[in-house]
Write a protein that binds this ligand. Structure first.
Ligand code: SF4
Length: 121
């Protein structure tokens, strides 16, 4: 009989949190920059994505996954690409990594393109 005590549990269990993400109904265009986007436009889009993340009940597992996978693109767990890179650079340099502050509630967040859609009850 096969020894199963050391085998990982069902993979679906590891990803179950994704079904609770505040971004699950959001446009990917809010979380991933278009080719060549820079400067203020990029900062504004990143900020809109982070406003969604700030409301997310699964921010912590999302952030942990993005950092451990070294996710190269997009806003994940309230962190931009540059913030994740800075985190990794700090760890590799032996400095304490800094987690970014998340934006506070915004009156615009609910109407921003890509904001989560509230389901009618
Ligand atoms: S933390 Fe942000 S990117 Fe992660 S699941 Fe939540 S809303 Fe989506």
């Amino acid at each position: 009989m096969a020894e199963t005590a050391h085998q990982p549990g069902p993979v679906a269990d590891l990803w179950e949190w994704q079904y609770q993400g505040a971004c699950r109904t959001a446009s990917p265009e809010v979380f991933f920059h278009p080719e060549g986007e820079r400067g203020p436009a990029r900062r504004r889009r990143d900020e809109r994505a982070k406003q969604v993340c700030a409301t997310c009940p699964v921010l912590e597992p999302c952030r942990e996954q993005a950092l451990s996978a070294r996710e190269p693109y997009g806003v994940w767990g309230g962190m931009t690409e540059d913030e994740r890179q800075a985190y990794h650079d700090a760890v590799e340099a032996g400095r304490p990594p800094v987690l970014p502050d998340l934006p506070g509630p915004s009156e615009d967040a609910g109407s921003a393109p890509g904001a989560p859609v509230t389901e009618a009850s």
